[in-house]
Design a protein around this ligand. Structure first.
Ligand code: ADP
Ligand code: MG
Length: 909
């Protein structure tokens, strides 16, 4: 029986801001967050300085005002700083108190990747988060409350939702294809069928279980090439308090605690999917998008005075499982984790707005208490009813198989529930213990072994999955690969680019370890440098085995073990070493812009490498390459150079340029495809329309750009031939004289010549002062298209900004086209789309990475944006129209531009 208590608890919302990370420090990022008091969070727009204020239940300042103690704990040195203990006291204590009262509790952390969700929920090393402290305290309180007539039971489950599939993180059997099923119980709501639920007797046991789950996540993420930041992790603790009444009979209070570390909330930039016909095909974290919609719907319903509204819980796995937490029987807390830095302003603002909507949501927690005997009787009665329904062909007498199946399942669930109720706690614990001997002591053993034996420990882009896997290197030979050898020592590494027998490690008995690759073309790097023959491993060596396997080597019998090695530094040295090998001093020139670019390059390089490796393994004849694209080339007058990805479809001989965000979107699709294949799914092989590797030839591709200097317009001079060929009316001596006058400018884009032969149709785009949208010319076929475009831009009157624009800016016109795939055109075309040097396959990936860096570098140096049109013109060498081309060279900017004085002509002086 449910007892209703305090109706309508609002979700408690806390915001927490973390310190700057290394990246933000090297970039000299500005702080955009202030927390003037416990209830208020202020964010300042770094561009306009405008402030936005939000009120929450708690605003936790964890940005500065602390120092690291000897044991690694971050301790406040200033009262403003909120440490882990404070957050636990405010939020975790409440969770515990509610659990004791028999309420369901939920706590979830929301925020972009790297904002500190895991830090708050699970914590790192000695800075323990809410989950471990709650568990520890729970067992302490159980010990303090031991009474004769009371029995306490604690169970733990752990699962991960990735791409709408539920993975059981505590199961010892291989996961079923397609993940576990989410079902709905008529009374209790949604649950995960067959989820492992482990009874635990102590904090040590629960801690060991959570570590086991984390290890399972790490292995799966590495093997499947998955991005852990896109997964939601849920730890579920069930706490039962059974008391036997003096009058006979027992009653039970039950609390379910859901602790949820959500996937990174960073949105896909709209540009990434805009115009991408694949956007429907790729599920961009359906669970997270649905969570946003559910919160919005609940918020709106609350705003409209509790109006009944359709809440789309059923649209995703996560929202089904969080249904109670969000709108039902639960006391709920949300932690919104935010970055303090200006570069994350947009994401942070969006997190703050999400949190703001969440705080208006009300749940309806009730104490879950029942008389065991009565509950058993009810279950028995219900089962009798279910049985007769099944025999009688459902409620209606002619139920479908599906319906009968559902009744059967319900019956089985009830049966299980009854059995569990009748089993004693001792029985449950004994059953669990019989499943695996060891358990809690494994960890201690492993720690002891790490102090004696040479080993490798893993680095993962997610700090929570770093140093989770340890491989020991015993005396003799150990083979590393993806197929266990029949005899001898073996280390299993699976997934992308790992061979059956990948490398051999030899321990000579004196802790001298040598590593020898089993094949010449392997992707093995040590400390960022490619390895081809046998090498001896040194203390702290970062060993990249290929794919996703990055490890640190430690020899505990020798001094000098470093503890501050991170995934980022290890990844950076891989990229840097390749630039250095070419005699470059690296990409960065030291300026902030260069730093940003360098960082972007380092984070993108491994993804491009993996995309190429996936293409190979999935039999896609596609090659990806990084290119640097200047703002001019994108038709902009200012901005940063960006990293784009050049895509060469070798079979169709087509080239495309993807923005980074588009590449990322596709990259996730590739990962899903790769995972499906690894999973043994027969449907992994996508048709072209849904293939993330495929870009159809009719997708527009950048061809070239042309620059028009506007300065002469500022003097009201026509610029058709870069000379004042015609003076129309009067001209002005100083652009400032234009201000206040009504003037119209006409932009004409007449024609282009000598486009690459593979281009079927093309058009041009540009953005004139103040236009919100790009202006696009008509799309025209052929290699010498006549666009015949004219567009008038009126300024009534010309402002100072317009005059400045004309005096100081250029108009960048970009050319876009669609391509003729090979087959449609038998002649092979050798002109590369943007002339950044063709993608030649190196003998191994090391070379290819070097090449990518070199290409990226040279693309930048060559200032492609302005010359691209000319480059393309010269690059075409066939017999057609040699003459016309000569003539047209003069017209290379055949994109001519004309100005005309407006209706009110400026008066002559
Ligand atoms: P998320 O889980 O949101 O991706 P993490 O919790 O992994 O982010 O945090 C990213 C990094 O920032 C980690 O190295 C973590 O230790 C650090 N960090 C996060 N929050 C804090 C904090 N409050 N104090 C100190 N370091 C933090
Ligand atoms: Mg995390």
């Amino acid at each position: 029986m449910y007892t209703t208590m305090g109706k309508g608890d609002s979700i408690i919302v806390a915001v927490r801001v973390r310190p700057f990370n290394d990246r933000e420090k090297t970039r000299n990022c500005k702080l955009v967050i202030e927390m003037p008091n416990e209830g208020t969070t202020v964010i300042r727009d770094p561009k306009t300085n405008e402030e936005k204020r939000f009120n929450y239940d708690h605003s936790y300042w964890s940005h500065d005002g602390f120092s690291e103690k000897k044991n690694g704990y971050f301790e406040p040195t200033d009262a403003h700083y909120a440490d882990q203990k404070r957050v636990f006291e405010d939020l975790g204590r409440g969770v515990l108190a509610n659990a004791w009262s028999g309420y369901n509790c939920s706590l979830f952390a929301y925020g972009q990747t790297g904002s500190g969700k895991s830090y708050s929920i699970v914590g790192f090393k000695n800075n323990k988060g809410i989950v471990p402290i709650v568990c520890e305290e729970l067992f302490k309180q159980i010990a303090d409350n031991k009474k004769k007539n009371m029995q306490f039971e604690v169970f733990v489950s752990m699962m991960e939702i990735y791409c709408e599939k539920v993975r059981d993180l505590l199961s010892s059997t291989p996961p079923p294809k397609g993940g576990l099923k989410v079902r709905e119980h008529p009374k209790n709501g949604f649950y995960v069928e067959n989820l492992t639920t482990v009874p635990v007797n102590s904090f040590k046991e629960i801690e060991a279980k959570i570590e086991e789950g984390t290890k399972m996540r790490t292995i799966a993420a590495t093997q499947m090439n998955a991005t852990s930041s896109r997964a939601h992790t849920i730890v579920k603790i069930t706490f039962n308090q059974k008391s036997s009444k003096q009058a006979g009979g027992t009653s039970m209070k039950k609390s379910e605690i859901n602790l949820v570390d959500l996937a990174g909330s960073e949105r896909q930039s709209a540009a990434g999917t805009e115009g991408d016909r694949l956007k429907e095909g790729i599920v961009i974290n359906q669970s997270l998008t649905t969570l946003g919609r559910v919160i919005k719907a609940l918020h709106d319903s609350q705003k409209s005075g509790g109006k009944k509204m359709q809440i789309p819980y059923r649209d995703s796995v996560l929202t089904c499982l969080l249904k109670n937490a969000l709108g039902g029987n639960s006391k709920t807390i949300m932690i919104a984790a935010i970055s303090p830095a200006d570069i994350n302003y947009e994401e942070t603002l969006s997190t703050l707005r999400f949190a703001d909507r969440a705080k208006s949501i009300k749940t309806n927690a009730v104490v879950n208490e029942n008389q065991t005997e009565r509950a058993l009787r009810e279950l028995r009665e219900e089962n009798l009813r279910l049985q007769s329904q099944i025999q009688g062909g459902g409620v209606s007498g002619d139920a479908s198989n599906e319906e009968i199946e559902k009744l059967r399942r319900q019956l089985a669930e009830n049966q299980k529930e009854m059995e569990e109720m009748e089993k004693s706690w001792q029985q449950k614990i004994a059953e669990e213990a019989s499943k695996h001997a060891g358990g809690a002591s494994e960890k201690a053993e492993m720690e002891a072994k790490k102090r004696k034996m040479c080993h490798l420990w893993n680095l993962n882009e997610d700090p929570a999955l770093t140093n989770v896997i340890v491989h020991f290197i015993p005396v003799g030979e150990t083979v590393v690969g993806n197929k266990p050898t029949s005899s001898g020592n073996f280390i299993q590494m699976s997934g992308l680019s790992i061979l059956a027998q990948h490398v051999v490690l030899r321990n000579d008995g004196n802790n001298q370890i040598t590593l020898s690759p089993c094949s010449e073309d392997l992707d093995i790097f040590i400390n960022g440098k490619p390895v081809h023959g046998e090498v001896q491993l040194q203390q702290n060596d970062r060993v990249f085995f290929g794919g996703n396997h990055l490890y640190v080597f430690n020899n505990p019998t020798k001094k000098g073990i470093k503890t501050d090695i991170t995934y980022d530094t290890a990844q950076a040295e891989i990229a840097q070493n390749h630039a250095a090998a070419l005699g470059n001093r690296g990409i960065g020139g030291g300026s902030k812009r260069d730093l940003i670019l360098e960082e972007e390059l380092m984070s993108t390089l491994p993804l491009v490498q993996r995309a190429n490796a996936m293409a190979t393994e999935l039999g896609r004849n596609v090659k990806f390459e990084i290119v640097l694209v200047s703002p001019e080339m994108r038709g902009l007058t200012s901005g940063l150079t960006e990293i784009w990805i050049k895509v060469h479809n070798i079979s169709e001989d087509t080239y495309f340029l993807w923005e980074k965000s588009r590449f990322m979107n596709r990259y996730y699709g590739m990962q899903e495809m790769y995972e499906a294949k690894q999973d043994g799914s027969e449907e992994w092989n996508m048709p072209k329309e849904r293939d993330p590797f495929y870009e159809p030839p009719d997708s527009p591709v950048f061809i070239a750009s042309s620059v028009v200097f506007l300065q002469s317009l500022a003097y009201l001079i026509d610029v058709e031939e870069q000379f004042p060929i015609e003076l129309r009316g009067e001209y002005v001596e100083n652009p400032s004289q234009l201000v206040g006058k009504n003037i119209a400018f006409k932009v004409k884009v007449i024609s282009a010549v000598g486009l690459p032969r593979r281009i079927l149709k093309s058009n041009c785009k540009y953005r004139f002062f103040g236009s919100k949208k790009m202006t696009t010319t008509p799309t025209v076929s052929g290699n010498t298209p006549s666009y015949g475009h004219e567009e008038t831009f009126q300024f009534k009157p010309v402002t100072k900004e317009v005059a400045d624009y004309l005096a100081n800016s250029n108009l960048y016109i970009t050319f876009w086209g669609t391509q003729r795939p090979r087959g449609a055109n038998s002649r092979k075309n050798s002109v590369s789309t943007i002339g950044s040097g063709g993608a030649r396959e190196g003998p191994n990936k090391a070379k290819r990475v070097e090449k990518m860096v070199a290409n990226a570098k040279s693309a930048e140096n060559r200032n492609i944006s302005v010359k691209a049109l000319e480059t393309v013109l010269r690059g075409v060498d066939d017999n057609e129209n040699r003459k016309t081309r000569k003539q047209s060279m003069k017209k290379a900017g055949s994109t001519t531009i004309k100005s005309r004085s407006g209706s009110k002509k400026p008066k002559a002086k």
